[in-house]
Design a protein around this ligand. Structure first.
Ligand code: PLP
Ligand code: TYF
Length: 394
């Protein structure tokens, strides 16, 4: 049986991790995988996470199974962080999942279960795991224009023109904030126009939110999603705690389904729990429990929010200084988009050959589509990157 297997395509982002490790140069710069790093290159365990883990170690007296959907307290705390009070609780169903990826996978399986003909619309470009999982599940898929290569902003006219073609019951996957891989995001007015389109076409929004708090702040990053939740009858949300709680390897995520009516909630919740049971039974609990403790304890929460805010501001400072350095070197505003993008990523707009040159000649690693992780920079490496960008003719 195993002889019948063929090699599978590798994840280009994860491949970079190994290439970077194998590079003997000591002045190499890693702008590859989307993991937050501080100025020393460390991905720290956040203070509130450490404190919650200590508390948990001292007080937890069982590790018996939770429930198929995970701990309801986790769902309640996450629903509040994500949606505020936009949607009444009796329309909300949720399951804890292994990371945001688990939530995306379960959302897609739910769509397949409910509506096997539905086309899932993805932004072009998007996080490569979106099309990869959809293809693996054999679901119909389409793309909408998103990024304008000239302005390095959102091609909103193109996006709306493409979304005019969605059918009732189709699903439109949207990044809530900090778009991966481009860094270009919708304004609130644009979210409102997307809501108009979804109302008119009868398509269902599916929100991937993996960077809440990394862009403009916890509430601001959720504003577009909340606008859709307030206006539309149905919504799916796949959220990740990997980045904003810094608990990547704990695999902590949640899938939330907003139902049109309260009397549908029980069936939706039952289907979500069913999907967890088919795929892995009980979801991971440790990270979810830490998140719940942090969100529900005012002291832990305040400390977490303060640290998250300093992470956000650090990335904004790096963006501003890189844009300023490139403004100085080019005597133009060509790279000002770097300061306007939000989140960990920006698409620089370099060719794959230029990305290769940056790697070969300068030891600077980014994804071949020229996505760079801003958090991989520090005050010392910003001018080095800027000079390399100019030397490479980007
Ligand atoms: N969605 C996007 C856009 C991401 O960039 C990521 C990456 O980390 C995820 C979802 C899921 O993250 P995880 O499964 O590590 O929680
Ligand atoms: O886009 C990124 O870099 C992050 C991390 O298969 C990641 O989202 C990358 C690839 C992958 C899982 C996570």
């Amino acid at each position: 049986m195993l002889n019948a297997l063929h090699p599978q395509p590798q994840d280009k982002i994860l491949q970079l991790i190994q290439m970077f490790k194998d590079d003997p140069r000591t002045d190499k710069i890693d702008l590859g995988v989307g993991v937050y790093k501080d100025a020393t290159g460390l991905t720290p365990v956040m203070r509130a996470v450490k404190a919650a883990e200590k508390q948990l170690w001292e007080t937890q007296d069982t590790k018996a199974y939770t429930g198929l959907a995970g701990d309801p307290a986790y769902a309640a705390a996450m629903q509040s962080m994500l949606l505020g009070d936009t949607v009444p609780a009796d329309r909300l169903s949720a399951i804890a999942t292994p990371g945001g990826t688990g939530a995306i996978r379960q959302a897609l399986e739910l769509i397949k279960l409910a509506s096997p003909q539905a086309t899932v619309w993805l932004s072009n470009p998007t996080w490569p795991n979106h099309p990869s999982i959809i293809k693996y599940l054999g679901m119909p898929m389409a793309e909408y224009r998103y990024f304008d290569d000239q302005t390095r902003g959102v091609d909103f006219d193109g996006m709306m023109a493409d979304l005019a073609g969605v059918k009732p019951g189709d699903v439109v996957l949207l990044h809530a904030c900090c778009h991966n891989p481009t860094g270009a995001n919708l304004t609130l007015n644009q979210w409102s126009a997307v809501a108009d389109n979804l109302e008119k076409t009868g398509a269902i929004p599916f929100i991937d939110i993996a960077y809440q708090g990394f862009g403009d702040g916890l509430d601001a990053d959720a504003a577009g999603m909340r606008l859709l939740a307030a206006r539309l009858p149905e919504l799916l949300i796949a959220a990740s705690c990997s980045k904003n709680f810094g608990i990547y390897r704990e695999r902590t995520g949640i899938l939330i389904a907003v139902s049109p009516r309260a009397d549908k909630r029980a069936v939706v919740q039952g289907n979500l729990a069913f999907l967890n049971r088919q795929n892995y039974s009980f979801p991971p609990d440790h990270g979810a429990r830490l998140v719940t403790m942090i969100l529900n304890d005012p002291t832990l929460r305040a400390d977490w929010q303060a640290e998250l805010e300093s992470i956000r501001l650090n990335m904004l400072t790096l963006r501003a200084s890189l844009a300023a350095e490139l403004r100085r070197l080019t005597n133009s505003d060509r790279f000002d988009f770097l300061g306007q993008h939000r989140g960990m990523f920006s698409r620089l707009g370099a060719t794959p050959e230029q990305v290769e040159t940056l790697r070969r000649d300068h030891g600077i690693y980014m994804v071949s589509d020229s996505r760079m992780n801003i958090a991989g920079l520090n005050a010392k490496t910003v001018p080095i990157l800027a000079a390399a960008i100019i030397a490479t003719g980007i």
